[in-house]
Write a protein that binds this ligand. Sequence first.
Ligand code: PBG
Length: 330
Amino acid sequence: MKRLSRKFPSTRSRRLRKNHVIRDLVSDVTINKSKLIQPLFVSDENSKNIDLVSMPGQKLFSRQGLIKEIDMLLSLGIKTVAIFPNLSSVKKDITGSEAINPDNFICETIKTIKDKFPELIVISDVALDPYTSTGHDGIVINNYVDNDETLKMLQKMSINLAASGSDILAPSDMMDGRIGAIRSDLEAAGHKDTILLSYSSKFSSNFYGPFREAVGSKRKQGISKKTYQMDYRNSKEALMKAEMDINEGADILMVKPAMPNSDIIHSLSENYSIPIFAYQVSGEYSMIQLGIDKKIFDNNVIDESLITLFRAGAKSVLTYYAKWMAKKYD
Ligand code: PBG
């Protein structure tokens, strides 16, 4: 950037901060609800919606409750959702076999939803954690999450999710090679326009705790997700994974958690031309919401937490606050 010798008083930064109309005119970023995506949890066994204790204000929906909620979101202008299933334990096993049943709960739910709301954009998570008895995103063999055996499951799962009408598949499993494997299967099966949103920088994070309660994927075994999710001490690795995912056929890359990783959002958006999304995850939501509930800060902190992600370079943000923001900016 060219350095100008700008000096006081010919330059007074405060001129452009004088009132909110002027501040709005010169701001880099404005919140726009077409850029917000609502994650939703749905249960296969509850007939009523259940409040999530560790995510005050969020719910585990029944299937009927989910349909109502989506109807409401669309009327508020939120047109994209990411749906996560919470399955009863009888459907879980060591290989997550229910994940590849083409008529499983999530596939049926997506079909129903797309039938009712064809204009809705549905993002489906591709990972085995709702289906495995271990809570891992892959198949545990000899006390280790096996990459290549898991890939075979993810490929089949992806075809089923695409066939059910998912517009976007979001592999969040962090197995190596999954984008290429899924992309070639999608092409072969004729799903040429299915979008792959790769969780390319998914850090092994403490901020996912409340989500694991919501989907019932708390791990019972000692193996850490650190053997497949990215180490949050690293940033160059995020660039390498982004490059690989783009080469393998990703259309969009995701960074998560969002707020602790704004540097990664920024460097990916500077370095690559495909869109970068950010996921403000469950723990970020809970931290902010509990602070608001305890009156430690007011709810403008929500706007700030999202705006700074867009400023960092995110094109869209997955946030549990999507509905709330849509109401605020109606
Ligand atoms: C798992 C998955 C996780 C999240 C999205 N997909 C959790 C995990 O890896 O254990 C976290 C989202 C959140 O915390 O809001 N496939």
